[in-house]
Write a protein that binds this ligand. Structure first.
Ligand SMILES: Cc1cc2nc3c(=O)[nH]c(=O)nc-3n(C[C@H](O)[C@H](O)[C@H](O)COP(=O)(O)O)c2cc1C
Length: 202
């Protein structure tokens, strides 16, 4: 069984609808450590060695967050800046994260049509998250495309929220239990675009 670390970043969690639903569906799952970065570091003073030890003791690292300005909330960027040290995360002797699976679980106000070359945001979600992919590559991690819930600004009906939360839970359980076809998933635009085709039931 793989151990999964979810690094959660939401600066206004009390007002959250979708991240709250995603969080609720996975935080008590066996094998999952849910780490709320804004709750732990309200002053942005990240304990680097604690974070590095946490990463070292897990096999899969997920960054869950709302999409802010086509990127992450600022505490996650601070986390990258401080925690991914040379000779630990990257560089000739920096192999602490090598081989670990990583992806973003993000939620966005814009919908699928907004995230197209001819849409409002000009680029797809997969394209906009390439800095994260490049970071994972530098750290020799196994990158997967983002699990994304789009169209929040249109007001997601409760039934849709429940479906996305269930998909998130299924995705994490499949990864935890080595039941997700990584090679196939890597080529998808989004990790959750067709879950049935990448999850091998036993
Ligand atoms: C500061 C800020 C920046 C945002 N930037 C984007 C963005 O670049 N693209 C987008 O689609 N939505 C953007 N949004 C909308 C959020 O992604 C959306 O409100 C969030 O995913 C909803 O999740 P929640 O219900 O968990 O709060 C932004 C929201 C805020 C407050």
């Amino acid at each position: 069984m793989n151990k999964i670390l979810i690094l959660f970043g939401h600066p206004a969690f009390r007002r959250s609808t979708i991240n709250a639903a995603l969080r609720k569906s996975v935080e008590n799952l066996k094998g999952i450590t849910f780490h709320d970065l804004y709750a732990r570091y309200p002053d942005f003073l990240i304990d680097v060695s604690h974070e590095q030890r946490l990463c070292e003791s897990h096999d899969i690292i997920v960054f869950q967050h709302p999409f802010y300005w086509y990127s992450t909330p600022s505490l996650i960027k601070e986390w990258f800046d401080l925690v991914l040290e040379h000779a630990w995360a990257y560089g000739a002797s920096g192999t602490a994260l090598a081989g670990k699976i990583t992806f973003q679980a993000l939620t966005a106000g814009g919908d699928f049509s907004n995230y197209q070359p001819d849409g409002l945001n000009l680029f797809t979600i997969r394209q906009l998250t390439t800095p994260y992919r490049a970071t994972a590559n530098l750290c020799r991690m196994e990158w997967l495309p983002p699990f994304a819930v789009l169209g929040i600004h249109q007001g997601l009906p409760k039934e849709d929220r429940i479906c996305h939360a269930e998909d998130y839970r299924k995705t994490l359980m499949a990864l935890r239990d080595n039941q997700l076809d990584l090679a196939k998933a890597r080529n998808y635009e989004l990790l959750n675009q067709d879950l049935n085709s990448i999850i091998n039931e036993v």
